[in-house]
Design a protein around this ligand. Structure first.
Ligand SMILES: NC(=O)c1ccc[n+]([C@@H]2O[C@H](COP(=O)([O-])OP(=O)(O)OC[C@H]3O[C@@H](n4cnc5c(N)ncnc54)[C@H](OP(=O)(O)O)[C@@H]3O)[C@@H](O)[C@H]2O)c1
Length: 331
């Protein structure tokens, strides 16, 4: 246990970022009340940004990314967690500017840890990971906005992505009719198997007509890509509907008028998984362990090891990655 393996992102002599497997010592880990032996991590878009040198996510390199980790406590300096407890860590600073979950061990503050709820395995918690947690936060907002299955179709953008695919399967489990917007024409079968009723080409959600409002199509939209897709979502959501915004894969900026808000009473909800307060975090994980657990959860992921991570990262950066990828750490 004195040394262990981790993925490290570093800048090579040509100024390009690459990833390699390194050996680290427990003493190298940051301070924290909990030392955790990681069983599984998962790959999220933010990890791909960190691993490729994005200074908006990670300021200092070399660095070990991984915003998610699930594992067992090896050392605890607080009373409420004991050695052997299974825990989930997602968000906060893990993998951003704190040594992250693409590693056999992490050390973190105790107030980042969620006790693994009954009804979930460590592996299942990482099939969800930040992506599933964010999808659930978004669906929770639709519910708070009063969007019911009988109100009409729910659009999920970036539908084959991590957040998107999890949103499709959880919404289907909850009885919503889900339409997936995707740039991958070959993904119909995948999305239908997760419970989507239909798919549309993502270009349909990239309106350039210049019109302030378009035909109402959606009772709710879970947008994971931002940019003009989000602007188009606002124009095409029906009276009283809700749109959630969590991501910027397409673009960070978008242009809207006030009309969707003042003529159709649309609500736009922002989603943040990183600093989500602990009480809400626990409530969302409890739902993911129980009533919101999709029947398809065991079929919507692939498992890789640290060695295969660089390839998965480049697929994600090029928009080619599908579904969820979990990383099994060494035994
Ligand atoms: N706010 C939060 O707390 C939070 C939490 C998690 C993630 N996020 C953000 O949510 C976004 C999605 O994360 P993720 O982990 O699901 O990423 P992901 O697995 O890479 O999925 C993104 C999906 O977006 C679609 N896409 C890619 N490039 C696009 C483009 N240029 N225009 C439109 N669509 C494009 C692709 O799906 P299709 O081919 O099916 O269209 C892709 O699979 C990221 O921006 C991430 O940073 C935010």
């Amino acid at each position: 246990m004195n040394t262990f393996r981790a993925l490290e992102a570093y800048e090579n002599t040509n100024g390009q970022f690459e990833q390699r497997i390194i050996q680290r010592a427990i003493e190298d880990l940051p301070d924290g009340e909990l030392l955790i032996k990681v069983a599984y991590s998962s790959l999220n878009y933010k990890d791909a940004l960190s691993a490729s040198g994005n200074r908006g996510v990670t300021k200092k390199f070399p660095h070990t990314p991984g915003i998610d980790a699930a594992g067992t406590i090896v050392v605890s300096r607080v009373g409420r967690f004991k050695v052997g407890d299974p825990v989930i860590i997602t968000g906060y600073d893990l993998g951003m500017n704190t040594f992250g979950g693409f590693s056999n061990y992490i050390r973190v503050p105790a107030n980042w840890a969620v006790a693994l709820p009954d009804g979930l395995t460590l592996k299942e918690s990482m099939i969800y990971g930040t992506a599933g947690f964010t999808a659930a936060l978004s669906i929770d907002k639709l519910l708070r906005g009063g969007v019911q299955p009988e109100d009409g179709d729910i659009l999920v953008t970036g539908a084959t992505g991590g957040v998107g695919s999890m949103a499709v399967s959880i919404l289907a489990k909850l009885g919503y009719r889900v339409i997936g917007a995707t740039g991958k024409s070959e993904a119909r079968e995948m999305l239908m198997s997760l419970g989507a009723a239909d798919i549309i080409n993502r270009r349909e959600m990239d309106d350039d007509s210049g019109r302030a409002m378009l035909r109402s199509r959606w009772a709710g939209v879970i947008d994971t890509v931002g940019g003009n897709t989000l602007a188009t979502a606002l124009k095409t959501t029906q009276y009283g509907g809700c749109v959630t915004c969590c991501g910027n894969v397409a673009a960070a900026d978008f242009t809207t008028t006030v009309y969707p808000f003042i003529l159709n009473g649309i609500t736009l909800f922002g989603i943040d998984s990183v600093n989500c307060p602990m009480a809400h975090r626990l409530a969302i994980w409890a739902r993911l362990a129980d009533a919101w657990k999709p029947d398809t959860l065991q079929h919507q992921y692939q498992t890789i090891t640290l060695v295969a991570l660089p390839n998965a990262i480049s697929l994600m950066l090029s928009g080619q990655h599908k579904g969820r990828t979990i990383i099994k750490l060494d035994d």
